[in-house]
Design a protein around this ligand. Structure first.
Ligand code: HEM
Length: 463
């Protein structure tokens, strides 16, 4: 019995749970999460800046406010690990690497690889883009008035660029096989993360057999990359420039002095090839679609290209002057962010927006829903590159726009990707117009990146 005058024990100020979408069935929203994640994340946004839904036995939290996103990716990032189910799935295939790793391991890799992405390499990177662009231009010149699968064209060109720029290797002969393999892998990894009870890889289902074959194809190409470099090193023909492969081959364990094993090396390379082409190719694919649907924007783009380039191939020096082209890219990345959502898991419990978030809980940050948030974007569904004019961007909170993420895990390839996308779009759009093929239905398909469901058929016209 409490004594009179005694101080009562402190009452724990329990924070409430965030707004919760009422579960439509026994498994909660699992089915919708698997089949229409963009729709579900949009519903979560409508429920609040922070909201949650149940998928199977566990709750998934979704944040849709720049301040909350900043808290997770930057201010309190140490409490939010990347180690979610999808990353575990990717890890099963690629092991620990710069993209999947955490803590000291990740920091070591990031520091080591950063020099390959230094801004001073942008000029030589631009040369690779211009050279590859000219090859594509020659191919396209022979194919005008035909329908091309633009998604596949963009995959081939970005794969070639990443091979040449980061590994000094020509993947021209391999781009088709590699593109198909990665195309399957992006769908497959996402499918497995969404279907946790799918039979393990040893069971010979159709999907598992295909995954094995794809793995073999990818490994063979990675081995070719390493083999060619070792041969070049022996003959002294290796590149002078410290490209990413040279840096990776130089890694040594500080205690043992042992370098990466062949398998570790393959895994780092495959991660970089994948991260370095899949996102940029999807961005460009969506840019072509957006241009075909917005003639006024297309006209303004052509005006800029005619003034700045006047028929010559673009180089890195032109990038600062291609301001409208860049705004078209920025707007494409807003409406169709290739990394449409990424997850984190809390290590310890946290408080967000006055609500409690338990430990070991998945929190989703979705550039797709944040970039279409009506509170932060005027007419969010309209494709309007001029919203990225400096005077219109100035007051926008940094984390309302995050196609490349934020905080320490910000995309390492951002400057490369933006230079590449600007040069490719400028170089091709000054020579060609792409029209949506008749009867084509365009829908987003969120895999690991935001792809176009069933591809993007477009008719190629000379300008
Ligand atoms: C339009 C193109 C691109 C987009 C939209 C994009 C988007 C992103 C995003 C959102 C993240 C952070 C993911 C997270 O925090 O969970 C990321 C990380 C990363 N990206 Fe990109 N990316 C692009 C191009 C590239 C390129 C060209 C490369 C390499 C050549 C690259 C390599 C990476 C790597 C290695 C990471 C992991 C970085 C780390 O954790 O330290 N990306 N990217």
């Amino acid at each position: 019995m409490p004594q009179i005058g005694a101080v009562p024990p402190p009452v724990r100020n329990k924070r409430p749970a965030p707004p919760t979408l009422p579960a439509p069935g026994l498994m909660g929203w699992l089915d919708v999460f698997q089949n229409d994640p963009l729709g579900l994340l949009t519903r979560a946004r409508e429920a609040g800046d922070l909201a949650r839904f149940r998928a199977g036995p566990s709750y998934i939290h979704v944040v849709n406010h720049p301040d909350l996103i900043k808290h997770i990716l930057l201010d309190n990032h140490r409490n939010y690990t990347k180690e979610t189910r999808i990353i575990k799935q990717i890890k099963m295939f690629t092991g620990e690497n710069i993209f999947t790793g955490e803590g000291d391991f990740w920091l070591g890799r990031r520091r080591l690889m950063q020099p390959a992405f230094h801004r001073q390499h942008l000029a030589s990177f631009g040369k690779v883009v211009t050279q590859t662009l000219q090859e594509l231009d020659q191919e396209w010149a022979a194919q005008t008035n035909r329908v091309l699968k633009i998604d596949e064209e963009m995959i081939r060109v970005t794969l070639k660029i990443v091979g040449r720029a980061l590994f000094s290797v020509d993947l021209t002969g391999e781009t088709r096989a590699l593109g198909d393999a990665f195309g399957f892998a992006t769908e497959d990894l996402f499918y497995r993360a969404q279907h946790p009870f799918y039979p393990p890889t040893q069971i010979p289902t159709r999907r598992n057999r295909r995954a094995k074959a794809v793995n073999r194809t990818v490994t063979q190409v990675m081995q070719k990359i390493i083999r060619e470099r070792l041969a070049a090193d022996e003959t002294g023909a290796a590149t002078e420039r410290p490209d990413l492969l040279a840096l990776l081959m130089r890694i040594k364990d500080p205690e043992t002095g042992i370098g990466l094993t062949q398998e570790e090396l393959e895994r780092e390379i495959v991660t970089m090839v994948f991260a370095g082409h899949e996102t940029t190719s999807n961005a460009l694919t969506w840019a072509w679609y957006a241009l075909s649907q917005n003639p006024q924007v297309e006209k303004e783009l052509h005006n800029e290209l005619d003034t700045v380039l006047n028929g010559r191939a673009p180089t890195t020096d032109d990038v600062p002057n291609l301001v409208y082209t860049r705004r078209v890219i920025d707007e494409t990345l807003r409406l169709y962010p290739p990394a449409w959502a990424f997850g984190r898991e809390t290590l310890k419990a946290d408080a967000l927006d006055g609500y409690a978030i338990p430990a070991k809980t998945v929190v989703i940050v979705s550039p797709y829903t944040m970039h279409r948030h009506p509170r932060f974007w005027n007419k969010p569904e309209t494709f309007d590159p001029d919203r990225f004019l400096p005077e219109r961007s100035d007051k926008r909170p940094r984390y309302a726009y995050l196609p490349f993420g934020g905080g320490p895990r910000l995309c390492i390839g951002q400057p490369f990707a933006l230079t590449e996308a600007t040069l490719l779009l400028a170089g091709l759009a000054q020579r060609y117009v792409l029209r949506l093929a008749s009867g084509a239905i365009v829908r987003p398909k969120p895999n690991i990146t935001l792809t176009v469901a069933n591809g993007l058929p477009m008719t190629l016209e000379a300008r």
